[in-house]
Write a new protein. Structure first.
Length: 381
């Protein structure tokens, strides 16, 4: 099992970004102004305090129960190498359960519900050395091994027509590839390679409004163990993939997140690249537009369901102790500090309460305890 307090810019995850190697991002750059705004009132809760040197929550993923609207967090216990699930209920508060106490499992965690709302519990994808999926059968967690050659700093799980699909980083021999695994209605898994160019260390999978999968992801095409490209792949109706290279530069594609605009259905992407910049890209119907959001790391993207504008959470400055939320407005990006922690903020994940502009954020705090925490805006249930 491998854990670290910082996202991977190289294939070894232990490497750190050197100032001498920083490169300016290529391509068009639209600079957006960043305005400070009055802080929203937030409630910050501790979900799980780490008890060992690795702590908990380095890998965490947030989803809302579609039936109750309650937040649900899948996360790693990095000391015990376990996958856990924390669920909120107004009557009981937070409850926790162990999903998988296996070996080399507490990596690359992603969580999602079946879009038909049939599943009482979400599915969880994860694993190091192999790709796994855990699903609740009504009485226990059923764990399936999907691929035995998967090295996942991230996985990305989504359901379509009641069946799971997972984008992930596969490694077979010397071939490092972005792969997509899908389960059919008959229960059979199929695995396809989307891109072989050192692709998929980071990926984000979403099904578009036509039911086709799209993936934003990182790539290392020259194989030098340095991530330096952001790419976007869309599957067409004939079964082929179109791949676009969107940005280049050291770190391009790290902590990538993909979403579709709720009205236009156009793709939007957030990622972190050098020099320590959170970047936002969106398709306007004819070409990709690009903006710098702020200095920071570990961005997460969601659309406000009321005003249909993008919102990004991240750590500020890069690897910093301020959990920050930025909204895109007609004059640029706002910046609001949710909370200033005592140590580094790691891997925040953003979701909105159903039919409201009230956000939820799960995240990890570094330092001595390495704790999983959760922030909710005032008024969020």
């Amino acid at each position: 099992m491998r854990t670290t307090n910082r996202p991977d810019l190289t294939g070894t995850r232990a490497a750190r970004l050197s100032g001498r190697r920083r490169a300016m991002v290529l391509g068009a750059l639209v600079l957006a102004s960043v305005a400070a705004v009055a802080a929203t009132e937030w409630t910050v809760e501790t979900i799980h305090v780490g008890t060992g040197p690795a702590g908990v929550g380095f890998y965490n993923a947030l989803v809302l129960n579609p039936n109750t609207g309650a937040p649900v967090i899948a996360y790693s216990d990095n000391d015990r190498d376990d996958v856990l699930l924390a669920q909120w209920a107004a009557e009981t508060g937070w409850t926790r359960q162990v999903v998988d106490a296996g070996r080399n499992v507490a990596n690359g965690i992603s969580v999602a519900y079946d879009e038909s709302h049939v599943l009482a519990q979400p599915g969880i994808s994860y694993g190091w050395g192999q790709l796994k999926l855990a699903e609740w059968n009504g009485s226990r967690w059923v764990v399936s091994v999907i691929d035995k050659n998967a090295f996942n700093d991230t996985t990305s799980l989504a359901y379509y027509n009641g069946q799971p699909a997972i984008s992930y980083h596969g490694n077979s021999g010397k071939t490092i590839a972005l792969r997509l695994a899908r389960r059919s209605a008959s229960g059979v898994w199929s695995i396809e390679t989307v891109d072989k160019a050192g692709a998929g260390t980071y990926s984000s999978l979403v099904f578009d409004h036509t039911g086709q999968p799209s993936i934003a992801y990182s790539a290392d095409p020259d194989g030098d163990n340095t991530i330096n490209q952001l790419r976007f792949a869309q599957k067409k109706g004939d079964g082929t993939w179109t791949i676009q290279q969107l940005e280049s530069g050291i770190g391009a594609g790290v902590s990538v997140g993909l979403a579709f605009h709720p009205l236009t259905f156009h793709p939007a992407i957030v990622h972190r690249t050098s020099p320590d910049s959170v970047r936002y890209l969106w398709w306007n119907g004819g070409e990709w537009q690009r903006e710098a959001v702020a200095e920071g790391s570990s961005p997460s993207l969601a659309f406000d369901p009321i005003i249909n504008e993008p919102v990004v959470t991240y750590a500020a400055p890069a690897y910093g102790d301020r959990l920050t939320l930025s909204r895109r407005t007609s004059i640029g990006w706002t910046a609001e500090t949710i909370v200033a922690e005592s140590a580094e903020v790691v891997n925040p994940h953003l979701r909105f309460a159903s039919s409201s502009s009230l956000p939820y954020v799960s995240y990890r705090v570094g330092g001595s305890t390495r704790t999983l925490r959760f922030a909710r805006a005032a008024g969020a249930p």
